[in-house]
Design a protein around this ligand. Structure first.
Ligand code: ADP
Ligand code: MG
Length: 775
């Protein structure tokens, strides 16, 4: 040990020399000057002192004041300066991969160190969560191979105000761990001012606020925007008449005064006529491209045109709900005569799955006279700071998973943001000079927003989380979660446990089964993990691997707004009449691989409306999954035997069913048009881009699906047709005990659907199964 001590001491000295040399170099000096200009710098001594004297500290401050990039560095620098650099190990968690990358890149530039030393995906025991951590370590980083975080001296949990599930979960663990690791320091960082909540959670620990300077930002709400742009809201009656059809018309004949009066009347009318919810979702859906007709883009485009024509120089940040609308709008803007001119506009996107090269462009200054426009998800709300933003366009919604307790199917819905988020978005415009923010909703709607967003723990299915808790061996799931900042409903926990039992991850006593242990280390949703294992067991691994990778990344099939038909036709070419989006994905992927070999991958993607980036992401996930399954001994080393049955379509279909169950919908009308019902009796429709949506009817009584998306009505995205017998045999667990339980469950469904055919079929199959099981 004393040898080790000496080694570390020597290394600490080296670190000090290097740090001093860097700080005296011209580039290092320049960086230091910049860093000294950040608001956090003025509080440096106070912060260091508070952290030294308290085990837990809560720090808040305006976005961009230097929390993420500076605070860990202050600690590191002071430790290095005092000759203890090699003894300290700092972890800073980031909720998103992309911000972890951006932060570590920035920190490495500020420290004059190569990037690799600063970032590492740390494998916590609960690896599924992909907690990506930027680690500041000179020369090497600590891998957290056990959950007492041995060797870690400081842990920063960033963006806690977001109340992400991973952060809330981490806090439960850390709260307990801190009792045993008295030497370890925990620093919580938050953008907005609900610091009290976190301080109280840790027993009233000190809070420090970093006062920051931002310029004032003028807020324009919908009524102001319509006036500025000259757009006219024709009538709210049209909402009733045409549902999601065109509500916004691009007419410009009214005089400003008349227009303003009309808007006011219309908004008032709408608010008295229907309740806020209705008004809100409808107006909004049309604004953000969630409707098939995309009328809302006219308004965003109008605002962008207005800024480009009339406003002073400065970059524009547009907040949208997700990758789909971002890519839609991007295509539309590119085709626009003014906005699409590369000599005048530099159009960039910022979302969770963008490539690193693309990400760097966001931070760069655009050439003079070229306006930078960044289309972003709410990722740009707090975790990424783009310095030159002067204009913000806020669509008012963010994609949020809501929890559908009845059938445990997550529902991804663009929902209204909170007032705190809206303020945060607005604030992004005042970094360098006074800014302007265009909120695409009326002021009265803003006033009806919730103050803060509901924590993720309370609005997501807990399946994955409960599995992780079980694998951490921390006792009962209920007890563990009751220690959370805001514990989830017991019913939600119970649902998750029931679900895990049903898929065979937990046994009757709520202990992890072999399957469960395995699922807990697979970095995917337990359902998809199970599909993967089934694919391996049934020797149809390759197609299933592609499907699981695809479902965990996102759909590679693009749906550009103006070429929907062409895109749909292109996708249907992959369907080969097997009534499955999942199989279409497999064919598309395989076609891409072939095309790549022939050197025509780009053309192939372009012709078939496929996203190269997504296909590449699927490709790399496939490799990762294969590696994990091989490692676990679930795959034969001989590749061919894993795919002995890959050509067996029914089998692949059955394996898909085994993974996606209980995401099932039954076909209720076959005559004129298809309509489907899910387990919770809800009516659902097929997504426009689904291959199944192109048929009058399908020859299967059931569809299995992975995800429901709510637009105006509820849509199911990717679906595969399955037969009664597949559903009975593969919807649920494969082991006998759970199968019995599952059959009992099916009885309920059959009653529910009153499907005579299925009932008969089921009785017959059950007899056969009983005989089989009792032999
Ligand atoms: P906070 O965590 O308080 O929101 P950060 O530490 O992320 O703030 O950023 C502090 C400042 O560092 C920002 O205001 C910005 O000026 C600068 N900065 C951060 N990331 C980058 C980057 N990738 N490129 C250039 N400047 C950056
Ligand atoms: Mg930050």
């Amino acid at each position: 040990d004393s040898v080790m001590e000496k080694v570390l001491q020597r290394r600490s000295l080296r670190m000090r020399n290097m740090q001093r040399a860097w700080q005296e170099s011209p580039e290092g000096k320049r960086m230091l000057d910049f860093r000294k200009s950040l608001p956090a710098f003025r509080e440096k001594e106070r912060l260091l002192q508070a952290i030294a004297q308290n085990q837990v500290v809560v720090i808040s401050g305006e976005t961009g004041c230097g929390k993420t990039t500076q605070l860990p560095q202050y600690i590191l620098e002071s430790e290095i300066e005092s000759g203890r650099g090699a003894f300290c190990s700092i972890i800073c968690t980031q909720p998103r991969r992309i911000s972890a990358l951006a932060v570590s890149e920035r920190v490495s530039a500020e420290r004059g160190e190569p990037l690799v030393k600063c970032i590492k995906k740390i494998s916590f025991k609960f690896e599924n969560f992909f907690i990506l951590v930027a680690v500041l370590q000179h020369g090497y980083f600590w891998l957290l191979s056990d959950h007492s975080l041995d060797g870690v001296t400081h842990i920063f949990v960033d963006e806690i105000h977001e109340r992400g599930m991973n952060e809330d979960f981490l806090l439960i663990i850390l709260k307990d761990l801190l009792q045993r690791r008295r030497d370890m320091r925990l620093i919580l960082m938050s953008a907005t001012l609900n610091a009290n909540l976190f301080s109280n959670y840790f027993g009233g620990v000190p809070m420090i606020h970093i006062p920051g300077f931002t310029y004032p930002v003028r807020a324009h709400f919908l009524e102001d925007i319509l006036e500025i742009t000259g757009y006219k809201l024709t009538s709210f009656n049209q909402i009733d008449d045409y549902g999601q059809e065109k509500m916004w018309k691009t007419q410009r004949q009214l005089t400003p005064r008349k227009r303003k009066n009309q808007i006011t009347t219309l908004v008032e009318e709408a608010l008295t006529k229907s309740n806020f919810e209705n008004y809100g979702s409808r107006v909004h859906d049309s604004l953000t491209c969630w409707t098939p007709d995309c009328t809302g883009f006219n308004l965003i485009e109008a605002v962008l045109c207005h800024i480009c024509r009339k406003e002073r120089p400065g970059a524009v940040l547009v907040f949208m709900t997700g990758w789909e609308d971002i890519s839609c709008l991007r295509d539309q803007v590119k085709a626009h005569p003014l906005l699409g001119d590369p000599n005048r506009v530099l159009l960039l996107t910022c979302h969770g799955s963008m490539a690193t090269s693309e990400q760097k462009l966001i931070f760069e200054k655009s050439p003079p006279n070229v306006r930078k426009i960044v289309l972003a998800t709410n990722m740009a709300e707090a975790s990424i700071t783009i310095n030159d933003i002067v204009f913000v366009v806020d669509c008012g919604k963010a994609k949020e998973t809501t929890y559908d307790a009845l059938n445990n199917t997550p529902c991804l819905i663009p929902s209204w943001i909170s007032q705190a988020s809206a303020r945060q978005r607005r604030g992004r415009a005042g970094r360098v000079q006074p800014g302007e923010c265009y909120h695409l909703y009326p002021r009265c709607v803003y006033e009806a927003f919730a103050e803060y967003q509901l924590p993720e723990l309370l609005r997501t299915p807990l399946n994955s989380l409960c599995l992780q808790i079980k694998s951490l061996q921390v006792g009962s799931i209920g007890d563990f979660l009751s220690a959370a900042l805001q514990p989830p409903e017991p019913l939600a926990v119970q649902n998750a446990v029931e679900f895990l039992k049903m898929i065979g991850a937990l046994n009757e006593d709520e202990n992890l089964t072999h399957l469960g242990k395995f699922l807990s280390v697979l970095p995917v949703d337990p359902k998809l993990g199970k599909m993967l294992i089934m694919g391996a067991i049934f020797r149809c691994f390759d197609p299933v691997l592609t499907i699981v990778a695809g479902l965990s990344v996102r759909d590679p099939f693009l749906l550009p707004q103006d070429k929907k038909d062409l895109a749909g036709t292109a996708k249907s070419r992959f369907s080969a009449k097997d009534y499955s989006d999942h199989m279409a994905l497999v064919r598309a992927y395989e076609g891409w691989k072939d095309a790549e070999r022939e050197g025509s991958a780009y053309e192939y993607c372009w012709r078939n409306f496929l996203s190269v980036q997504t296909l590449q992401a699927i490709h790399s996930l496939r490799k990762q999954f294969t590696y994990i399954l091989k490692d676990a001994g679930l795959l034969d080393t001989d590749g061919a035997s894993n795919n002995r049955s890959s050509h067996n379509q029914s089998l692949v279909r059955a394996v898909i069913c085994s993974g996606l169950f209980p995401g099932i919908a039954s076909l209720v009308h076959r005559e004129t048009s298809m309509s489907f019902k899910t387990m919770d009796d809800g009516q659902v429709f097929l997504y426009a881009n689904s291959v199944n949506a192109r048929y009058q009817t399908i020859p299967y009584p059931w569809l299995v699906f992975g995800e429901k998306v709510k637009v105006n009505t509820v849509f199911i995205r990717d679906s595969t047709g399955v037969s009664d017998s597949i559903l009975i045999l593969f919807g649920g667990s494969i082991d006998n005990g759970a199968m019995a339980g599952h059959l009992k469950m099916l009885e309920g469904y059959i009653e529910f659907f009153m499907d005579q055919n299925l009932a008969e079929c089921y009785v017959k199959l059950k007899q056969e199964l009983d005989e089989l099981l009792h032999k």
